[in-house]
Ligand binder design. Structure first.
Ligand code: GLU
Length: 196
């Protein structure tokens, strides 16, 4: 049981992501992380082992603002609590994903993706989703189609939020068997594992 949060807005969303993580922290204390699309159209990721307060401490030392981002508080199922296993997971600079759930066919997918040349940096089941998405994006698919096609390969339970540096206007979500709520605002939208 992990907690995921995502926000797309016309203002800096980092305080909203962090407030969401603090309120969902009961869902996992192993690590916390965020990935945002910054003003330079790049993904920026910050992760830390332990509580959300540790992540806040790292953020306090930087000046980051962004209108689109995702965040995660982890209860590890695959891969020990460690920074390399903390979400968000990325495939190069192409895509970032947060996941609540368990991908049961992760070992087969990992082997297939490794054969295609993808290099894994974690022991999580989740990282296969990032590389699946990158493979589909590399074929020229947009982030929405890539997510639709990626989840078709997954067996298990998931609630996902996905962002890409190439698409400032979309925060993509998908769920099967794990909870996900969507908050629709005026010019801004929110997703989370639970209301916060
Ligand atoms: N299976 C993922 C991991 O271990 C997500 C954990 C969860 O949702 O509990 O990182």
């Amino acid at each position: 049981m992990c907690g995921i949060v995502g926000v797309i807005a016309e203002r800096n969303i980092i305080p909203i992501l962090m407030e969401g993580l603090r309120r969902l922290e009961y869902r996992g204390y192993d690590s916390a992380g965020i990935a945002v699309r910054n003003q330079d159209a790049r993904l920026q990721r910050i992760r830390s082992v332990g509580k959300v307060a540790e992540l806040q401490h790292l953020l306090d030392q930087r000046e980051i603002e962004a209108p689109l981002g995702i965040a995660h508080t982890r209860w590890a199922t695959h891969g020990m609590p460690a920074e390399r296993n903390a979400h968000p997971h990325m495939s190069g600079e192409q895509v970032a994903v947060v996941h609540n759930g368990i991908i049961e066919n992760h070992a087969e997918l990992r082997a297939e993706l490794q054969q295609k040349g993808f290099v894994f940096s974690s022991e999580t089941d989740t990282e296969v989703i990032a590389h699946l998405l990158a493979a589909l994006l590399a074929e020229g698919q947009g982030i929405l189609d890539a997510t639709r096609n990626a989840v078709a390969h997954l067996v298990g339970a998931y609630a996902l939020a996905v962002i890409s540096p190439d698409d400032p206007d979309h925060l993509i979500v998908s769920r099967a068997g794990s909870p996900l709520v969507i908050g629709v605002g005026v010019g801004e939208h929110f997703i989370a594992s639970d209301v916060f």
